[in-house]
Design a protein around this ligand. Structure first.
Ligand SMILES: Cc1ncc(C[n+]2csc(CCOP(=O)(O)OP(=O)(O)O)c2C)c(N)n1
Ligand SMILES: [Mg+2]
Length: 588
C-alpha cells in the first residue's frame, strides 16, 4: 500500500492511464510533487514556464490524443494562472484534470498567505466537478470522479489538495456509513439516434437537391463516412476551424473554411444550398450559415446542448458522428452527378487558383500567404500542427492543404493567444516520432511563446524525431486586431496598442541551441522551408511578413467596406500601404 495520500494519488493517476503531468511546483503542492519524484520512472513531470502553459499542454494532450490531460499547480497564484488553459478545455470540450494545492486545513479561513477560495475560483471553469479533499479516505473517490466526469462530460475538473492532507497517511474508506467506495475506469458508450430520427433525417437529406455539409471537431474520426455521404448526396463539405483535419483539403468537393476566415466557395455554397447537414460543429457565426427558411437542416452532435443551437434544424440526431453516419448511409439514396456538385467543384478549383495568385502577390517585404502556400506540398506525413490566434489562423485555415493522417490543434472557442507552443510541446511528448509545426504571431511569441521555447530547449533531445518547427510571423503588429479595428469598428490602427516591438526570434533560437532561419524574400521561402525541414534540431523560422496584407473575409458587407474607408479617412498610419495591398487582394 502506498505511504501518503500523495503517493496514493500518483498510484491512482497511473491506474487511470496517466503517464505525464504538466505543471509547475510551489509549497502548496510539494507533497504531491514529492510523490511524483518517487514515481518518476512511471509518471513523467513536464515543467512548463507558467501554469497557464501547463494547462494548455494538458488541453493539447487531450486534443491530440483523446485521453485526459493532467496539469498541476500550487495554491494561490499558481492556481489562478491555470485558469485560461482550463477555459480552453471547457470551451473546446476537452477532458482535463487539474490538481491544485491549497493551504493547510488548519489555516483555511484565516486570511492566510496565498489563501484563495479555490472552490469558488474554479466553480465556473470546472463547473461539472470541483472538490477539495479534506480527509485521506476521501481522496480515492474524488480522483475517480474527477477523471470519470472529465472523460464522460468532456470538460475540465479540479481536485484541490490542502498541504496537510497531501502528507497524511493514505487510507482507504472503511466499510461504514458515510463513506464512498469508487473504482477506476471509463469506456465511452456507443451513442446513436433512434431509427425514427434516422429515417426522418434521411428523408430530408434525400429530398435535398443542393446539399451543403458543415463539419467540425466532432467529425475528426469520421473521415470515411463524411466523404462517402458527401458523394452520395453530391454535397460540398465546408469545415469549421477545428474540423479542418477531418477531410483532406485536396478533395474537389471540399470548399474549405467558413466564417470570417472562410473561403468564397463555402460562402457561395451556404448562400445557395437547400439543405444543410451539420456534423460535430458548434461554429458560432450564424450569418455565415444559410438564411433561416432557405435550407432544411439536419444536425448530428454528441452533445445535446449543441443541437439546434445555431440553425433551426428539422432533424436533430444525438449521437457519435461516425456511428450515426454509418447508420444513415444505408438510408440515403446515391445521387448521380449533379450540376450543384459540378458547380461546387468548379468554384473550389477556381478558388485554389485565386489563393495561389494571392500568395504570389508582391508585398513588403513578404506576403504571409506565400509562407503557408509553400508549406503545403512540404508538410511531412502525419504532421501535428498547432496554430495560434492571430492572422496565422486565416492563412492556416485557407491556404494550408492538410492531407489524411495529419492532426491539428487550435484554441477554437476561447481563441486565446499563446496556445500553439504548449499544444506543440504536448503533441511532441505524446508522439515523439512525428513532426510538429507551430504557427504563431510575434505578439503571441512575446506573450508566452518565447518562454516556452526554453521548455522546448530543455526537452527536445529526448524525442526520437527532433523535428519541431516554430513559424513566427514577424509583422511587428497585433495584426488581426488592427484589422478588426478597421473593418468592424471603423477605427484606424492605434500604434500605441497595436505595435509589437521588434525582436530577433531566429537569433534567440540560436541562443537556445536551435536552428534560426530568417526569411524576408518571397524567392527564399521554399528554400527556407526545405532547410527547416532538413534540420536535425528544432527550428524557429522567422518570416518577416507584411502587416498590410488584409485577411479579407470571404464576403464583404457594405458596412465593413464603409468602416474600412472610415478608418482610413480618420488617418490610419498605414493607410497607403493597406489600400494598395487590399486592392491587389481584391483584384485576384
Ligand atoms: C490572451 C488573448 N489576448 C488578447 C487577444 C485578442 N487578440 C486576438 S488576435 C490578437 C493579435 C495577435 O497578434 P500576433 O500574435 O502578433 O499575430 P498577428 O495577428 O499579428 O499575426 C489579439 C491581441 C486574444 N485572442 N487572446
Ligand atoms: Mg503580429
Amino acid at each position: 500500500m502506498a505511504a501518503t495520500v500523495s503517493d496514493f494519488l500518483v498510484h491512482r493517476l497511473r491506474e487511470w492511464g496517466v503517464r505525464r503531468v504538466f505543471g509547475y511546483p510551489g509549497d502548496g503542492i510539494n507533497g504531491v510533487v514529492g510523490a511524483l519524484a518517487r514515481a518518476a520512472d512511471s509518471i513523467e513531470f513536464v515543467q512548463a514556464r507558467h501554469e497557464e502553459m501547463a494547462a494548455f499542454m494538458a488541453c493539447g494532450h487531450a486534443k491530440f490524443t483523446g485521453h485526459a490531460g493532467v496539469c498541476l499547480a500550487t495554491s494561490g497564484p499558481g492556481a489562478i494562472h491555470l485558469l485560461n488553459g482550463l477555459y480552453d478545455a471547457k470551451m473546446d470540450r476537452q477532458p482535463v484534470v487539474a490538481l491544485v494545492g491549497q493551504q493547510s486545513r488548519s489555516a483555511l479561513g484565516g486570511h492566510y498567505q496565498q489563501e484563495v477560495d479555490l472552490v469558488s475560483l474554479f466553480k465556473d471553469v470546472a463547473a461539472e466537478y470541483v472538490q477539495m479533499v479534506s480527509t485521506a479516505a476521501q481522496l480515492r473517490h474524488v480522483v475517480d470522479s474527477a477523471f470519470r466526469i472529465a472523460l464522460s462530460r468532456r470538460c475540465p475538473t479540479c481536485v484541490i489538495l490542502p498541504t496537510d492532507v497531501q502528507e497524511l497517511e493514505a487510507k482507504q474508506p472503511p466499510r461504514a456509513h458515510g463513506t464512498v467506495h469508487s473504482g477506476v475506469g471509463y469506456s465511452a458508450p456507443r451513442i446513436v439516434p433512434s431509427p425514427q430520427d434516422l429515417d426522418r433525417a434521411a428523408e430530408i437529406l434525400n429530398a435535398g437537391e443542393r446539399v451543403a455539409m458543415l463539419i467540425g471537431a466532432g467529425a475528426l474520426h469520421a473521415t470515411e463516412e463524411i466523404i462517402k455521404v458527401s458523394d452520395m448526396l453530391q454535397a460540398g463539405i465546408a469545415k469549421a476551424l477545428l474540423g479542418k483535419p477531418a477531410v483532406p483539403d485536396a478533395l474537389p468537393q471540399v470548399t474549405g473554411s467558413i466564417g470570417l476566415l472562410g473561403t468564397k466557395p463555402t460562402w457561395q455554397m451556404m448562400s445557395e444550398c437547400d439543405t444543410l447537414l451539420m456534423v460535430g460543429s458548434s461554429f458560432p457565426y450564424s450569418e455565415f450559415l444559410p438564411e433561416e427558411g432557405q435550407a432544411r437542416g439536419v444536425q448530428i452532435d454528441l452533445d445535446a446542448r449543441a443541437l439546434g443551437l445555431r440553425y433551426p434544424m428539422e432533424a436533430n440526431l444525438l449521437g457519435d458522428s461516425a456511428e450515426t453516419l454509418q447508420l444513415l448511409i444505408p438510408r440515403l439514396r446515391s445521387k448521380k452527378r449533379t450540376q450543384w456538385r459540378q458547380r461546387i467543384e468548379a468554384s473550389v478549383a477556381e478558388w485554389w487558383q485565386t489563393l495561389e495568385k494571392r500568395a504570389g502577390q508582391a508585398a513588403s517585404p513578404l506576403n504571409p500567404q506565400r509562407v503557408f502556400w509553400e508549406l503545403s506540398p512540404r508538410l511531412p506525413e502525419g504532421a501535428l500542427l498547432a496554430c495560434d490566434t492571430g492572422t496565422a489562423v486565416f492563412w492556416y485555415a485557407r491556404d494550408l492543404k492538410l492531407r489524411s493522417g495529419m492532426r491539428a490543434a487550435h484554441s477554437g472557442s476561447l481563441a486565446s493567444m499563446g496556445s500553439a507552443m504548449p499544444y506543440g510541446i504536448a503533441a511532441k511528448f505524446a508522439y515523439p516520432n512525428r513532426s510538429v509545426i507551430a504557427m504563431i504571431g510575434d505578439g503571441a511569441m512575446q506573450m508566452s511563446g518565447l518562454n516556452e521555447l526554453i521548455t522546448l530547449a530543455r526537452y527536445w533531445r529526448r524525442w526520437a524525431n527532433p523535428q519541431f518547427i516554430v513559424l513566427v510571423l514577424n509583422n511587428r503588429d497585433l495584426n488581426m486586431v488592427s484589422w478588426e479595428q478597421r473593418v468592424t469598428e471603423g477605427e484606424p490602427k492605434f500604434p500605441g496598442s497595436q505595435d509589437v516591438p521588434d525582436f530577433s526570434y531566429a537569433a534567440y533560437a540560436e541562443l537556445l541551441g536551435f536552428k534560426g532561419i530568417v526569411v524576408a524574400d518571397p524567392d527564399d521561402v521554399a528554400a527556407a522551408w526545405d532547410a527547416a525541414l532538413a534540420a536535425d534540431r528544432p527550428v524557429v523560422l522567422e518570416a518577416i511578413v507584411d502587416p498590410s496584407v488584409p485577411p479579407l473575409p470571404p464576403h464583404i458587407t457594405l458596412e465593413q467596406a464603409r468602416n474600412y474607408l472610415k478608418a482610413i479617412l480618420k488617418g490610419d498610419p498605414d493607410a497607403l500601404r493597406i489600400i494598395k495591398a487590399s486592392v491587389k487582394e481584391m483584384l485576384t
